[in-house]
Each structure stands twice: as structure tokens, then as C-alpha cells.
Ligand binder design. Structure first.
Ligand code: BDR
Ligand code: CA
Length: 307
């Protein structure tokens, strides 16, 4: 019996995305059916190339579909300052095998994969939520065959793109609003988790010696500006995959979440109503804490499998 969880990864690689994708690709608990790309850390053309490069590096056959090139309404602003001009600076991947690239748009590919699946599909969303919002608006019939949308994004406290806005949500707040209002099972692994999901120099040294995968990841770490190599690199996107593979590392609560879409100061700020001020029923599970030791052990042992 197939007990692997069917997964679509919607992503903007992105150095931390690259690590999260690698872990998912090599997990015996996940069956990655499709990778869709979205403008985020860099342009959609570059992140699509990066997804293809990763698959070529790992010699994996997984279809990739290119998605939205800009947010629904907001002006697109990338995160080259964090991931470098290519989005995955630090390692020479070489030319990708383009046979993994579908001609279909990401939204159509997601629709097809979800409707064709005999069992509900999970989406790991580790970039802005533009593609997912388009999917839900254009093809609402997919909702009943989506098990859960596990997303890295938002924050219980403050932001990293703006004072209150976390990058993935603040890049496309209107898309996030559509997803939060969708009625689908949601799991939020937000910025607060990413800030604690750290890779310290001693961890990087352990990773470095893990063959060509270790060499590649260690090289990316040299250029990654999500945190610092010395005081801890923040593995934001691995937090979403960690929930799928080792949820015991989290403290979770059911709560109501929303996103600010109309304020110039707090645009893209997630409202995580842990104390129930708004009196609304929960629409998401939210990770409120992470066991850092468990994360670290899980992270390194997961990378050991990426060969
Ligand atoms: C998120 O923003 C991106 O830069 C990372 O890849 C991650 O998805 C963290 O705020
Ligand atoms: Ca990302």
C-alpha cells in the first residue's frame, strides 16, 4: 500500500528553499508529484531554472511548472540581498536538464495533479502564495482533494521584509488573504519558527563532509544572508517540510489567522489571534514553538539521506 503523502511543492528557490526541496525529495514519507515556481526570492524565470538545476543535481525526475511572475496586486520586490542575484548563489550548478519542465502553467498543472490524484494532495507552500490563490479562485473544485496547505510564511510577532511583514506573505498579501479565507486545512510555520531553526558553524561542518550534496549545501551557506554563518543560518522553508516529517518538534495551536491588506504601515502583517480577541473560529493550525535540538538532529539526519 502506498503510504507516502502526495505533495506539491510551490516554491521560489531560494537557498533555504533548495534545502527544503532536497529534504522532501529524499524523504521516504513523501511523494513529490510536482514542483511549481513563483516569483519571490528572484524572478520566476530564475527560480524555475533553479528548481530544474536542483533536480538535475540530484538526478530526480519530477515535473516542474512555471507559475506567476508577479504578485496579484502589489509591485514585485525580490530578495536578491538574501539569496544572491541568481537566487542560489554560491554553487556552480551547470546547465539544467529541461526535460522536467512542463509547458503547462503552474496553476493548471496543480489543478491536473490534484484532480487526478486518488487520494488528497498536500501542498507545501514555501514562497509567496500567488499561485495557490490563483488556483483556488480559478479552480475551486480542487479544494475537496487538498489535504492541507502547509506554508512557511507570516509571523506571530514581527516581520523580516517590513516591520510587521514576513517576506512570503508581505510579497503578496492579497493572495495570502484568499488562502486564509479558503476553508482548506492550513498549517502556518511562520517566521518565528524560522528564526529558531538555525544551522550553526558546527552543523555546517558536519554537512560539508556529506559528499557532493554536503559540498553544494555548504557552498550555498557561504552566500546565504538569512542569518549569518557564524551566529546561525535560518532554515525558514525547512520548517514547513519539518512539520510534514517530524511534527513532534512543534508546539501547535488552532487559531484564527488573517492578513492586513489595506494599511500602508502594516501591509502583509499576519494577524495570529492566539487570544481570540476577534471571536472568530480557527482557520489554521499555527506552530507556536519549535524544539531547537530536535530540529537540528532532524535537519542533519535528513540531509544525510540526500544522496
Ligand atoms: C521566506 O522568505 C524567503 O526569502 C525564504 O525563502 C523564505 O521562504 C522567509 O521569510
Ligand atoms: Ca522560499
Amino acid at each position: 500500500m502506498d503510504i507516502k503523502r502526495k505533495l506539491i511543492i510551490d516554491t521560489d528557490p531560494g537557498i533555504d528553499d533548495a534545502i527544503a526541496i532536497a529534504i522532501a525529495l529524499f524523504s521516504e514519507k513523501l511523494d513529490v508529484k510536482l514542483i511549481t515556481t513563483v516569483a519571490g526570492n528572484v524572478s520566476v524565470d530564475l527560480v524555475t531554472e533553479n528548481a530544474l538545476r536542483l533536480l538535475t543535481f540530484f538526478d530526480k525526475k519530477v515535473p516542474v511548472a512555471k507559475g506567476a511572475g508577479e504578485p496579484l496586486i502589489q509591485k514585485f520586490l525580490d530578495a536578491k540581498d538574501i539569496h544572491g542575484a541568481t537566487g542560489m548563489d554560491g554553487y556552480e550548478f551547470g546547465e539544467p536538464d529541461r526535460s522536467n519542465l512542463l509547458e503547462e502553467h503552474a496553476v493548471n498543472a496543480m489543478r491536473r495533479v490534484i484532480l487526478e490524484s486518488e487520494t488528497p494532495v498536500t501542498i507545501a507552500a514555501i514562497g509567496p502564495l500567488t499561485n495557490i490563490a490563483l488556483l483556488l479562485k480559478m479552480y475551486p473544485e480542487v479544494k475537496s482533494n487538498i489535504d492541507e496547505i502547509v506554508f512557511m510564511g507570516g509571523s506571530i510577532t514581527r516581520g523580516n521584509k517590513t516591520v510587521m511583514g514576513e517576506f512570503n506573505i508581505a510579497t503578496d498579501p492579497e493572495a495570502a488573504k484568499i488562502v486564509f479565507d479558503s476553508g482548506i486545512n492550513l498549517l502556518m510555520a511562520g517566521l518565528d519558527m524560522g528564526l529558531k531553526a538555525l544551522v550553526h558553524p558546527e552543523d555546517s561542518e558536519k554537512i560539508k563532509i556529506l559528499g557532493k550534496t554536503g559540498d553544494m549545501m555548504y557552498s550555498l551557506f557561504q552566500k546565504y544572508r538569512g542569518g549569518s554563518f557564524k551566529t546561525g543560518l535560518k532554515m525558514y522553508d525547512s520548517c514547513a517540510v519539518a512539520y510534514l516529517l517530524c511534527p513532534e518538534m512543534y508546539e501547535l495551536t488552532d487559531t484564527f489567522i488573517d492578513v492586513e491588506t489595506s494599511s500602508s504601515l502594516t501591509l502583509g502583517c499576519t494577524i495570529v489571534d492566539l487570544k481570540g480577541y476577534l471571536g472568530k473560529p480557527a482557520n489554521a493550525k499555527v506552530c507556536t514553538d519549535i524544539n531547537q535540538d530536535m530540529f537540528k538532529k532532524w535537519f542533519i539526519s535528513s540531509i544525510e539521506k540526500c544522496i
